[in-house]
Design a protein. Structure first.
Lengths: 301, 222
């Protein structure tokens, strides 16, 4: 597909051909003004291509812009409830999820504040919350981390991994090259007006922090297929144990998947990312309920 | 669609942007309608006043959402639906205004023809006035939709063109709004009530085509 603004304008993107499978985390790179944002807007359905087309977008889609300081006459919670309804939730559920996500991003205290009075960072949290409360099958993040505090950035990393683990497709742009490093399934670079396909860097330095999980499965069984974050694994120190290593962002999703597997896996130990001196934390498994979300979404252009 | 409509309607009502057009409508009625005047003349004025007011309301609804918020709603629901919801919210607000205005005008006017010789039944007259108001609403919404984004983005051009087209829609022969209003006013001379059926059909068609065009274009031009 291609996109240009105005009848005789230069092509911002041309000949772009991109398939986005479900359960996939895609990073888009490129210099400023290269057309990254245009590509994301086309994928999200905000803009439409001048030539070619985008097909097979899933029904539940969400987009987070880079800056979301908007003067709308709503409170943060009121806006999120409206957006939840637009995303297809019922009113009460939309309000409940709005409260939940605001709390998760540490903005629960601003639920009753008017959007126009929110700080830049808190507005961004609202923008991120509106996208996540809908559990979208296609999530498009245009430098959504900008302006968030570090706790909220971590939460967003985890939420992205959750979306992918639940079968969603997440496409993101971020100026920080370490953002979700090692967790991305594909990296595409916008150069000139074309899209260059790439594979994520796999050198250890570029892999980003990794979490090691020591788990015990049914005797002789290998870890189930399709675990979140495609962890690497090796036999553990004792018979019957397996040591899995996964990008830090995917660790929660991996634990949830292991505990919810049939038959379930027992988690013996979870080791935080390097520096390795940090104390390892042991967890005992308790019941964690997971909701399975099936997607058939596939966006092609 | 209901959720989108509620969102846009809430945005319009909570930001006091609805106030100026509503005041304009009130001023039109206060100046153009005299208590005890012939009912059909007064209803003609009330209907005509609704046209520029609707165009203004549509302009407000299509421009009030900041770009970042617009991108968010467009991703969630698709640009055409998001734009259509904004148009519907404006039309609903104008509709409520038209119903109240028509009812008040019918109540305070004299149920007689212009020369005071022929009685005019208030209920049929009010109904015809309501239909004429609906015609003006649809034409006004068409004007408003065509003169704001996504077709016209510049604020100056857009405002000037909205005002000009709203005026032309009221005075140009062939415009459904002009036909509906003059049907009421000429009927007032003899006390005959003209129901603007044909004008209504034409205005509905016009509005549907315009809405379809701008909603589809909306996704092309962001």
């Amino acid at each position: 597909m291609g996109r240009r603004y105005g009848v005789g304008g230069p092509w911002v993107l041309r000949g772009v051909d991109l398939a986005l499978p479900p359960r996939c985390l895609v990073r888009v790179e490129g210099t400023n003004g290269s057309g990254k944002s245009t590509l994301l807007r086309l994928l999200a359905g905000i803009d439409s291509p001048t030539e070619g087309r985008v097909t097979g977008r899933p029904v539940r889609r969400a987009y987070v812009p880079e800056r979301f300081s908007v003067a709308l006459p709503f409170t943060a919670a009121g806006y999120l409830t409206h957006l939840g309804r637009i995303h297809g939730l019922r009113g009460a559920e939309a309000a409940a999820r709005a409260a939940e996500w605001l709390e998760r991003f540490g903005a629960a205290g601003h639920a009753r504040t008017a959007l126009s009075e929110l700080s830049k960072g808190t507005s961004q949290k609202v923008a991120v919350a509106q996208a996540l409360l809908a559990e979208p099958e296609l999530l498009v993040l245009d430098e959504a981390w900008t302006g968030l505090d570090s706790a909220a950035r971590t939460q967003l990393d985890l939420a992205v991994a959750e979306r992918v683990a639940a079968g969603g497709t997440v496409v993101f742009v971020d100026h920080d090259p370490r953002r979700l490093a090692g967790a991305s399934d594909a990296v595409h670079t916008v150069a000139g007006n074309a899209l260059v396909r790439g594979t994520p860097e796999t050198s250890p330095a570029e892999q980003g922090p990794r979490v090691r999980v020591l788990a015990v499965g049914p005797p002789g069984a290998a870890p189930p297929d399709g675990l979140p974050g495609a962890p690497s694994y090796e036999p553990g120190p004792e018979a019957g144990t397996v040591r899995l290593s996964v990008a830090a962002a995917h660790s929660d999703a991996l634990l949830r998947a292991l505990l919810a597997a049939r038959p379930p896996w027992h988690i013996r130990e979870v080791r935080a990312p390097a520096p390795a001196e940090r104390n390892a934390t042991s967890t005992t498994s308790t019941t964690i309920t997971t909701s399975t979300i099936s997607t058939t979404g596939r966006a092609t252009s | 669609m209901t959720a989108l409509f509620r969102y846009h309607a809430a945005m319009l009502l909570r930001s006091q942007r609805w106030l100026p057009p509503v005041l304009l409508y009130g001023i039109f009625l206060a100046v153009g309608v005299q208590g005890g005047g012939p009912v059909l003349d007064s209803l003609g004025v009330a209907a005509a006043a609704l046209l520029p007011v609707t165009a203004w309301l549509v302009r407000i609804c299509t421009t009030q959402e900041p770009d970042a918020a617009r991108a968010v709603t467009a991703a969630a629901s698709g640009m055409p639906r998001a734009h259509l919801a904004a148009l519907l919210a404006a039309a609903a607000c104008a509709g409520a205004l038209g119903v109240v205005g028509t009812a008040v005008v019918t109540a305070v006017s004299d149920p007689k023809s212009a020369d005071g010789l022929v009685d005019v039944a208030p209920l049929p007259a009010g109904t015809a006035g309501l239909l004429a108001a609906l015609v003006c609403l649809l034409v006004g919404a068409t004007v408003g939709a065509l003169c704001s984004r996504p077709l016209l983005r510049g604020r100056g051009w857009s405002l000037a063109l909205t005002a000009l087209l709203a005026l032309l829609a009221l005075v140009t022969t062939g415009s459904p709004a002009k036909a509906a209003v003059s049907g009421l006013v000429t009927g007032s001379r003899t006390g005959a009530i003209h129901t603007p059926g044909l004008s209504l059909a034409a205005a509905a068609l016009l509005a549907a085509v315009a809405a379809g065009a701008v909603c589809v274009l909306g996704v092309r031009r962001g």
